[in-house]
Design a protein around this ligand. Sequence first.
Ligand SMILES: Cc1ncc(COP(=O)(O)O)c(C=O)c1O
Length: 385
Amino acid sequence: MALRTQLRIPGPTPVPEEVARAEIQPMINHRGPEFADILRRVETRLRWAFQTGNEIIVLTGSGTAGLEAAVVNFISPGERVLVCSCGSFGDRFSGIAKAYGADVVDLQVEWGHPIEAADVEAILSQDAGISTVFVTHNETSTGLTNPLAEICRVVKQHGKLLIVDGVSSVGSIDIQVDAWGIDVAVTGSQKGWMAPPGLAMLSVGGAAWEANARARCPRYYLDLAKARQFAKDGQTPWTPAVSVLYALDAGLAIMEREGLQEVFRRHQRVADAVRAGCEALGLRLYARDGFRSNTVTAVSNPEGVDGSQLTKLMRTKYGVVLSGGQGKLKGHIFRIGHLGLVDEGDALAVLFALEQALRDLDFAAPEGAGVAAAQRTLLQTAVPA
Ligand SMILES: Cc1ncc(COP(=O)(O)O)c(C=O)c1O
Protein backbone atom coordinates (compact mmCIF):
# COMPACT_ATOMS: atom_id res chain seq x y z
CA MET A 1 0.00 0.00 0.00
CA ALA A 2 1.27 3.47 -0.89
CA LEU A 3 1.82 5.85 2.01
CA ARG A 4 1.29 8.98 -0.05
CA THR A 5 -0.66 9.95 -3.12
CA GLN A 6 0.67 11.93 -6.05
CA LEU A 7 -2.13 13.35 -8.15
CA ARG A 8 -0.79 13.22 -11.68
CA ILE A 9 -3.90 13.67 -13.77
CA PRO A 10 -4.30 16.64 -16.12
CA GLY A 11 -6.62 18.41 -13.68
CA PRO A 12 -7.71 18.75 -10.99
CA THR A 13 -4.11 19.28 -9.97
CA PRO A 14 -2.45 19.22 -6.53
CA VAL A 15 -3.20 22.24 -4.37
CA PRO A 16 -0.22 23.77 -2.50
CA GLU A 17 -0.58 24.21 1.26
CA GLU A 18 -0.64 28.00 0.89
CA VAL A 19 -3.60 27.68 -1.49
CA ALA A 20 -5.42 25.17 0.70
CA ARG A 21 -5.07 27.53 3.67
CA ALA A 22 -6.39 30.43 1.62
CA GLU A 23 -9.37 28.38 0.59
CA ILE A 24 -10.57 27.81 4.14
CA GLN A 25 -10.66 31.49 5.07
CA PRO A 26 -13.94 32.63 6.64
CA MET A 27 -16.80 33.45 4.34
CA ILE A 28 -17.42 37.07 3.34
CA ASN A 29 -20.24 39.07 1.80
CA HIS A 30 -19.98 38.58 -1.95
CA ARG A 31 -21.51 42.04 -2.37
CA GLY A 32 -19.06 43.67 0.04
CA PRO A 33 -15.77 45.55 -0.33
CA GLU A 34 -13.48 42.62 0.59
CA PHE A 35 -14.90 40.52 -2.20
CA ALA A 36 -14.53 43.40 -4.66
CA ASP A 37 -10.84 43.72 -3.69
CA ILE A 38 -10.21 40.01 -4.26
CA LEU A 39 -12.09 39.92 -7.57
CA ARG A 40 -10.20 42.95 -8.90
CA ARG A 41 -6.86 41.54 -7.78
CA VAL A 42 -7.61 38.20 -9.42
CA GLU A 43 -8.65 39.95 -12.64
CA THR A 44 -5.39 41.94 -12.68
CA ARG A 45 -3.31 38.86 -12.00
CA LEU A 46 -5.15 36.90 -14.68
CA ARG A 47 -4.53 39.68 -17.22
CA TRP A 48 -0.84 39.20 -16.49
CA ALA A 49 -1.04 35.44 -16.95
CA PHE A 50 -3.17 35.68 -20.10
CA GLN A 51 -0.72 38.32 -21.40
CA THR A 52 -3.58 40.63 -22.23
CA GLY A 53 -5.07 44.02 -21.60
CA ASN A 54 -8.53 42.60 -22.33
CA GLU A 55 -11.26 42.31 -19.77
CA ILE A 56 -11.26 39.20 -17.63
CA ILE A 57 -14.52 37.56 -16.61
CA VAL A 58 -14.62 35.03 -13.79
CA LEU A 59 -17.55 32.61 -13.90
CA THR A 60 -18.60 30.02 -11.38
CA GLY A 61 -18.61 26.69 -13.17
CA SER A 62 -16.07 24.28 -14.61
CA GLY A 63 -14.08 24.77 -17.81
CA THR A 64 -17.01 23.54 -19.87
CA ALA A 65 -19.12 26.41 -18.53
CA GLY A 66 -16.37 28.65 -19.88
CA LEU A 67 -16.58 26.92 -23.27
CA GLU A 68 -20.35 27.23 -23.32
CA ALA A 69 -20.08 30.92 -22.39
CA ALA A 70 -17.58 31.35 -25.22
CA VAL A 71 -20.15 29.99 -27.64
CA VAL A 72 -23.48 31.44 -26.51
CA ASN A 73 -22.23 34.98 -26.00
CA PHE A 74 -20.68 35.52 -29.40
CA ILE A 75 -22.79 33.80 -32.05
CA SER A 76 -26.42 33.41 -33.12
CA PRO A 77 -28.40 30.33 -34.14
CA GLY A 78 -27.78 29.58 -37.82
CA GLU A 79 -24.46 31.45 -37.84
CA ARG A 80 -21.69 29.72 -39.76
CA VAL A 81 -18.65 28.90 -37.63
CA LEU A 82 -15.54 26.79 -38.03
CA VAL A 83 -14.66 24.42 -35.19
CA CYS A 84 -11.19 22.85 -35.40
CA SER A 85 -10.91 19.58 -33.52
CA CYS A 86 -8.21 17.01 -32.98
CA GLY A 87 -9.64 15.35 -29.86
CA SER A 88 -12.36 15.14 -27.24
CA PHE A 89 -12.29 18.80 -26.22
CA GLY A 90 -12.39 20.08 -29.79
CA ASP A 91 -15.40 17.81 -30.30
CA ARG A 92 -16.95 19.27 -27.16
CA PHE A 93 -16.66 22.81 -28.59
CA SER A 94 -18.35 21.58 -31.76
CA GLY A 95 -21.07 19.84 -29.75
CA ILE A 96 -21.85 23.00 -27.79
CA ALA A 97 -22.01 25.13 -30.94
CA LYS A 98 -24.36 22.59 -32.56
CA ALA A 99 -26.52 22.40 -29.43
CA TYR A 100 -27.15 26.14 -29.79
CA GLY A 101 -28.01 25.82 -33.47
CA ALA A 102 -24.82 27.11 -35.08
CA ASP A 103 -24.11 26.07 -38.68
CA VAL A 104 -20.88 24.27 -37.83
CA VAL A 105 -18.12 23.53 -40.33
CA ASP A 106 -16.05 20.82 -38.65
CA LEU A 107 -12.34 20.61 -39.34
CA GLN A 108 -11.62 17.15 -37.97
CA VAL A 109 -8.00 16.13 -37.68
CA GLU A 110 -6.81 12.62 -36.87
CA TRP A 111 -6.31 12.33 -33.11
CA GLY A 112 -2.68 12.63 -32.07
CA HIS A 113 -2.06 15.02 -34.97
CA PRO A 114 -2.16 18.81 -34.78
CA ILE A 115 -4.49 21.22 -36.51
CA GLU A 116 -2.53 22.69 -39.42
CA ALA A 117 -2.80 26.42 -40.11
CA ALA A 118 -2.81 25.59 -43.85
CA ASP A 119 -6.03 23.58 -43.46
CA VAL A 120 -7.68 26.44 -41.59
CA GLU A 121 -6.49 28.79 -44.34
CA ALA A 122 -7.96 26.56 -47.06
CA ILE A 123 -11.39 26.47 -45.40
CA LEU A 124 -11.51 30.20 -44.67
CA SER A 125 -10.43 31.02 -48.24
CA GLN A 126 -13.23 28.90 -49.70
CA ASP A 127 -15.98 29.81 -47.26
CA ALA A 128 -16.40 33.53 -46.72
CA GLY A 129 -19.59 32.93 -44.72
CA ILE A 130 -17.72 31.76 -41.64
CA SER A 131 -17.79 34.41 -38.90
CA THR A 132 -15.93 32.74 -36.07
CA VAL A 133 -13.23 30.13 -35.53
CA PHE A 134 -13.06 27.91 -32.45
CA VAL A 135 -9.85 26.08 -31.63
CA THR A 136 -8.45 24.10 -28.71
CA HIS A 137 -4.93 25.20 -27.80
CA ASN A 138 -3.91 22.22 -25.71
CA GLU A 139 -5.88 19.06 -26.51
CA THR A 140 -5.77 17.36 -23.13
CA SER A 141 -7.30 14.14 -24.45
CA THR A 142 -4.40 13.41 -26.80
CA GLY A 143 -1.57 15.25 -25.02
CA LEU A 144 -1.04 17.64 -27.90
CA THR A 145 -0.49 21.39 -28.22
CA ASN A 146 -1.67 22.92 -31.47
CA PRO A 147 0.49 25.48 -33.31
CA LEU A 148 -1.79 28.24 -32.11
CA ALA A 149 0.31 31.25 -33.10
CA GLU A 150 0.24 30.11 -36.76
CA ILE A 151 -3.47 29.34 -36.65
CA CYS A 152 -4.16 32.75 -35.09
CA ARG A 153 -2.22 34.47 -37.89
CA VAL A 154 -4.41 32.83 -40.53
CA VAL A 155 -7.66 33.52 -38.72
CA LYS A 156 -6.75 37.15 -38.15
CA GLN A 157 -5.68 37.60 -41.81
CA HIS A 158 -9.22 36.61 -42.69
CA GLY A 159 -10.62 38.99 -40.07
CA LYS A 160 -12.58 36.29 -38.22
CA LEU A 161 -13.41 36.17 -34.55
CA LEU A 162 -11.07 33.76 -32.78
CA ILE A 163 -12.17 31.82 -29.71
CA VAL A 164 -9.66 29.58 -27.96
CA ASP A 165 -10.05 26.79 -25.44
CA GLY A 166 -6.96 27.31 -23.31
CA VAL A 167 -8.36 25.38 -20.36
CA SER A 168 -5.25 23.23 -19.89
CA SER A 169 -2.68 25.67 -21.27
CA VAL A 170 -3.21 29.27 -20.13
CA GLY A 171 -0.87 29.94 -17.22
CA SER A 172 1.23 26.85 -17.99
CA ILE A 173 2.15 27.05 -21.68
CA ASP A 174 2.93 30.34 -23.42
CA ILE A 175 -0.23 31.73 -24.98
CA GLN A 176 -0.08 35.40 -25.95
CA VAL A 177 -3.65 36.57 -26.08
CA ASP A 178 -2.95 40.10 -27.30
CA ALA A 179 0.10 39.46 -29.48
CA TRP A 180 -1.68 36.61 -31.28
CA GLY A 181 -5.03 38.41 -31.54
CA ILE A 182 -7.14 35.97 -29.54
CA ASP A 183 -10.58 37.51 -29.07
CA VAL A 184 -11.74 35.10 -26.37
CA ALA A 185 -9.61 32.68 -24.33
CA VAL A 186 -10.97 30.29 -21.71
CA THR A 187 -9.36 28.44 -18.82
CA GLY A 188 -10.40 26.68 -15.61
CA SER A 189 -9.23 27.03 -12.00
CA GLN A 190 -8.32 23.34 -11.52
CA LYS A 191 -5.54 23.30 -14.12
CA GLY A 192 -2.19 25.10 -13.96
CA TRP A 193 -3.57 27.62 -11.48
CA MET A 194 -3.14 25.18 -8.56
CA ALA A 195 -6.67 25.89 -7.30
CA PRO A 196 -9.62 23.51 -6.91
CA PRO A 197 -12.27 23.15 -9.62
CA GLY A 198 -15.14 25.61 -9.67
CA LEU A 199 -14.21 28.67 -11.70
CA ALA A 200 -13.91 29.35 -15.41
CA MET A 201 -11.93 32.41 -16.43
CA LEU A 202 -12.21 34.14 -19.78
CA SER A 203 -10.47 37.04 -21.48
CA VAL A 204 -12.75 38.97 -23.80
CA GLY A 205 -11.47 41.56 -26.30
CA GLY A 206 -13.11 44.50 -28.05
CA ALA A 207 -14.19 42.70 -31.23
CA ALA A 208 -15.71 39.95 -29.09
CA TRP A 209 -17.76 42.48 -27.12
CA GLU A 210 -19.02 43.89 -30.44
CA ALA A 211 -20.02 40.37 -31.49
CA ASN A 212 -21.64 39.93 -28.09
CA ALA A 213 -23.94 42.87 -28.72
CA ARG A 214 -25.19 41.17 -31.93
CA ALA A 215 -25.20 37.55 -30.71
CA ARG A 216 -28.63 36.03 -30.19
CA CYS A 217 -27.99 32.58 -28.70
CA PRO A 218 -30.10 32.05 -25.58
CA ARG A 219 -28.19 32.57 -22.34
CA TYR A 220 -28.88 33.47 -18.76
CA TYR A 221 -26.46 32.14 -16.10
CA LEU A 222 -23.54 32.45 -18.53
CA ASP A 223 -24.43 35.91 -19.84
CA LEU A 224 -21.07 37.67 -20.11
CA ALA A 225 -22.55 41.13 -20.68
CA LYS A 226 -24.23 40.81 -17.30
CA ALA A 227 -21.01 39.52 -15.73
CA ARG A 228 -19.15 42.49 -17.26
CA GLN A 229 -21.68 44.93 -15.83
CA PHE A 230 -21.41 43.47 -12.31
CA ALA A 231 -17.61 43.25 -12.51
CA LYS A 232 -17.49 47.06 -12.79
CA ASP A 233 -18.69 47.10 -9.17
CA GLY A 234 -16.42 44.26 -8.09
CA GLN A 235 -19.26 41.74 -8.11
CA THR A 236 -20.62 38.80 -10.03
CA PRO A 237 -24.30 38.51 -11.07
CA TRP A 238 -24.86 35.32 -9.08
CA THR A 239 -23.36 34.00 -5.86
CA PRO A 240 -19.80 33.00 -6.83
CA ALA A 241 -17.61 30.16 -5.56
CA VAL A 242 -15.93 32.52 -3.08
CA SER A 243 -13.62 29.89 -1.58
CA VAL A 244 -12.28 28.90 -4.97
CA LEU A 245 -11.61 32.56 -5.67
CA TYR A 246 -9.56 32.77 -2.45
CA ALA A 247 -7.61 29.76 -3.69
CA LEU A 248 -7.14 31.10 -7.20
CA ASP A 249 -5.83 34.37 -5.77
CA ALA A 250 -3.29 32.45 -3.68
CA GLY A 251 -2.27 30.27 -6.65
CA LEU A 252 -1.73 33.38 -8.77
CA ALA A 253 0.40 34.91 -6.00
CA ILE A 254 2.67 31.86 -6.12
CA MET A 255 2.89 32.14 -9.91
CA GLU A 256 3.74 35.83 -9.66
CA ARG A 257 6.59 35.10 -7.27
CA GLU A 258 7.99 32.52 -9.68
CA GLY A 259 7.54 34.66 -12.82
CA LEU A 260 5.50 33.78 -15.88
CA GLN A 261 8.40 32.81 -18.15
CA GLU A 262 9.82 30.68 -15.32
CA VAL A 263 6.48 28.93 -14.94
CA PHE A 264 6.47 28.14 -18.67
CA ARG A 265 10.10 26.97 -18.52
CA ARG A 266 9.41 24.67 -15.56
CA HIS A 267 6.51 23.05 -17.40
CA GLN A 268 8.71 22.60 -20.47
CA ARG A 269 11.54 21.01 -18.47
CA VAL A 270 9.29 18.65 -16.53
CA ALA A 271 7.46 17.63 -19.71
CA ASP A 272 10.73 17.03 -21.57
CA ALA A 273 11.88 14.84 -18.69
CA VAL A 274 8.65 12.83 -18.57
CA ARG A 275 8.70 12.30 -22.34
CA ALA A 276 12.36 11.25 -22.39
CA GLY A 277 11.75 8.91 -19.46
CA CYS A 278 8.71 7.24 -21.02
CA GLU A 279 10.49 6.64 -24.30
CA ALA A 280 13.52 5.22 -22.50
CA LEU A 281 11.18 2.76 -20.78
CA GLY A 282 10.15 1.53 -24.22
CA LEU A 283 6.81 3.34 -24.30
CA ARG A 284 5.32 5.12 -27.29
CA LEU A 285 4.07 8.68 -26.95
CA TYR A 286 0.68 9.16 -28.53
CA ALA A 287 0.92 12.73 -29.85
CA ARG A 288 3.03 13.55 -32.87
CA ASP A 289 6.59 14.60 -32.17
CA GLY A 290 7.00 18.37 -32.17
CA PHE A 291 3.48 18.98 -30.83
CA ARG A 292 3.62 17.16 -27.50
CA SER A 293 2.06 19.02 -24.65
CA ASN A 294 3.96 20.50 -21.73
CA THR A 295 1.02 19.92 -19.37
CA VAL A 296 0.00 16.34 -20.17
CA THR A 297 1.75 13.36 -21.72
CA ALA A 298 -0.37 10.75 -23.48
CA VAL A 299 1.25 7.32 -23.66
CA SER A 300 0.00 4.39 -25.75
CA ASN A 301 -0.73 1.32 -23.66
CA PRO A 302 2.18 -1.01 -24.32
CA GLU A 303 1.59 -4.26 -26.15
CA GLY A 304 0.46 -6.96 -23.73
CA VAL A 305 -0.31 -4.56 -20.88
CA ASP A 306 -3.86 -3.80 -19.80
CA GLY A 307 -3.94 -0.03 -19.33
CA SER A 308 -6.59 -0.12 -16.62
CA GLN A 309 -4.49 -2.63 -14.65
CA LEU A 310 -1.47 -0.40 -15.05
CA THR A 311 -3.22 2.73 -13.77
CA LYS A 312 -4.78 0.73 -10.94
CA LEU A 313 -1.41 -0.63 -9.85
CA MET A 314 0.15 2.82 -10.11
CA ARG A 315 -2.54 4.12 -7.77
CA THR A 316 -2.80 1.30 -5.27
CA LYS A 317 0.80 0.13 -4.99
CA TYR A 318 2.77 3.24 -5.89
CA GLY A 319 0.38 6.05 -4.96
CA VAL A 320 0.54 7.73 -8.36
CA VAL A 321 -2.84 8.65 -9.78
CA LEU A 322 -2.86 8.78 -13.59
CA SER A 323 -5.66 9.23 -16.12
CA GLY A 324 -6.81 6.74 -18.68
CA GLY A 325 -7.86 7.57 -22.22
CA GLN A 326 -10.97 9.60 -22.97
CA GLY A 327 -13.66 8.89 -25.54
CA LYS A 328 -12.37 6.68 -28.31
CA LEU A 329 -8.94 6.53 -26.66
CA LYS A 330 -10.33 4.68 -23.63
CA GLY A 331 -8.34 1.47 -23.29
CA HIS A 332 -5.66 2.71 -25.70
CA ILE A 333 -3.66 5.28 -23.78
CA PHE A 334 -2.91 6.54 -20.31
CA ARG A 335 -2.09 10.12 -19.45
CA ILE A 336 0.35 11.72 -17.04
CA GLY A 337 -0.62 15.21 -15.92
CA HIS A 338 2.26 17.58 -15.17
CA LEU A 339 0.83 21.03 -14.66
CA GLY A 340 0.52 23.48 -11.84
CA LEU A 341 2.29 22.26 -8.70
CA VAL A 342 4.88 20.03 -10.39
CA ASP A 343 8.65 19.95 -10.37
CA GLU A 344 11.59 17.87 -11.51
CA GLY A 345 11.43 15.50 -8.55
CA ASP A 346 7.79 14.73 -9.35
CA ALA A 347 8.75 13.73 -12.89
CA LEU A 348 11.40 11.33 -11.56
CA ALA A 349 9.02 9.89 -8.96
CA VAL A 350 6.37 9.16 -11.59
CA LEU A 351 8.90 7.49 -13.88
CA PHE A 352 10.29 5.38 -11.05
CA ALA A 353 6.79 4.18 -10.16
CA LEU A 354 5.93 3.61 -13.80
CA GLU A 355 8.93 1.37 -14.33
CA GLN A 356 8.07 -0.67 -11.24
CA ALA A 357 4.43 -1.06 -12.24
CA LEU A 358 5.35 -2.05 -15.80
CA ARG A 359 7.72 -4.70 -14.47
CA ASP A 360 5.02 -5.98 -12.12
CA LEU A 361 2.91 -6.49 -15.23
CA ASP A 362 5.75 -8.35 -17.02
CA PHE A 363 6.60 -5.54 -19.39
CA ALA A 364 10.36 -5.57 -19.86
CA ALA A 365 11.16 -1.96 -19.05
CA PRO A 366 14.94 -1.48 -19.02
CA GLU A 367 16.13 -1.12 -15.44
CA GLY A 368 16.47 2.49 -14.29
CA ALA A 369 16.31 3.76 -17.86
CA GLY A 370 13.34 6.08 -17.38
CA VAL A 371 14.72 7.98 -14.42
CA ALA A 372 18.20 8.12 -15.98
CA ALA A 373 16.92 9.54 -19.27
CA ALA A 374 14.76 12.09 -17.48
CA GLN A 375 17.63 13.14 -15.27
CA ARG A 376 19.91 13.49 -18.28
CA THR A 377 17.34 15.76 -19.93
CA LEU A 378 17.01 17.84 -16.79
CA LEU A 379 20.76 18.24 -16.44
CA GLN A 380 21.07 19.34 -20.06
CA THR A 381 18.54 22.09 -19.57
CA ALA A 382 19.48 23.03 -16.01
CA VAL A 383 19.32 26.71 -15.14
CA PRO A 384 22.54 27.81 -13.32
CA ALA A 385 21.95 28.31 -9.57
C1 LIG B 1 -8.75 21.42 -23.06
C2 LIG B 1 -9.90 21.30 -22.13
N1 LIG B 1 -11.05 21.90 -22.44
C3 LIG B 1 -12.12 21.83 -21.65
C4 LIG B 1 -12.10 21.11 -20.48
C5 LIG B 1 -13.34 21.01 -19.67
O1 LIG B 1 -13.18 21.49 -18.42
P1 LIG B 1 -14.09 20.96 -17.19
O2 LIG B 1 -13.84 19.50 -17.07
O3 LIG B 1 -13.54 21.79 -16.08
O4 LIG B 1 -15.49 21.28 -17.52
C6 LIG B 1 -10.93 20.45 -20.10
C7 LIG B 1 -10.87 19.65 -18.85
O5 LIG B 1 -10.17 18.71 -18.71
C8 LIG B 1 -9.80 20.55 -20.95
O6 LIG B 1 -8.67 19.93 -20.63
